[in-house]
Design a protein. Structure first.
Length: 153
């Protein structure tokens, strides 16, 4: 089932169950997807964006909420903090499962070995290869630290 249909289905179920936080979060997701549809609309592209674009939208929304969580923690706003965390949890249900720390480290080691990388100078090649193969399943905020650690061993 395409991701857009899955989100719409969850939205209608949430409306029936009167789950306010879920409805509002899914409404924000659908609005962001619609905005991306409009931005990408052209004479040849009449249909909406594909799942890969929807995943990018969801990742951006998740990052925005994580930034808000950091700010709310610093500001001591527990009520807003919990609301943002709940929205992140909802958004994550539609994103592909991310690799764990160990899986990420293993993949990084394999790419470093296959490229014959030996120093920080090779960082661009390593990151490019990882993005090409594992863009949807690796958290690149952690990869930078892992790769630098592996290259400095």
């Amino acid at each position: 089932m395409p991701l857009r249909e899955k989100i719409n289905e969850h939205f209608y179920i949430a409306q029936k169950n009167k789950n306010k936080i879920l409805v509002s979060t899914l409404r924000l997701i659908l609005a962001s997807i619609k905005q991306r549809d409009i931005a990408n609309r052209s004479a040849s592209n009449k249909e909406g964006v594909k799942d890969s674009e929807i995943i990018k939208v969801l990742r951006k929304m998740k990052k925005q909420r994580q930034d808000s969580v950091d700010l709310y923690q610093k500001g001591g706003r527990q009520d807003l903090l919990e609301a943002e965390k709940e929205e992140i949890r909802i958004i994550e249900t539609f994103l592909p499962k991310q690799f764990s720390e160990e899986e990420t480290k293993k993949v990084c080691q394999e790419v470093i070995k296959s490229l014959g990388a030996s120093s920080i100078k090779d960082m661009g090649k390593i990151m490019g290869s990882l993005k090409q193969k594992y863009a949807d399943v690796i958290d690149f905020s952690r990869v930078n630290i892992i790769v630098k650690g592996l290259l400095n061993q």
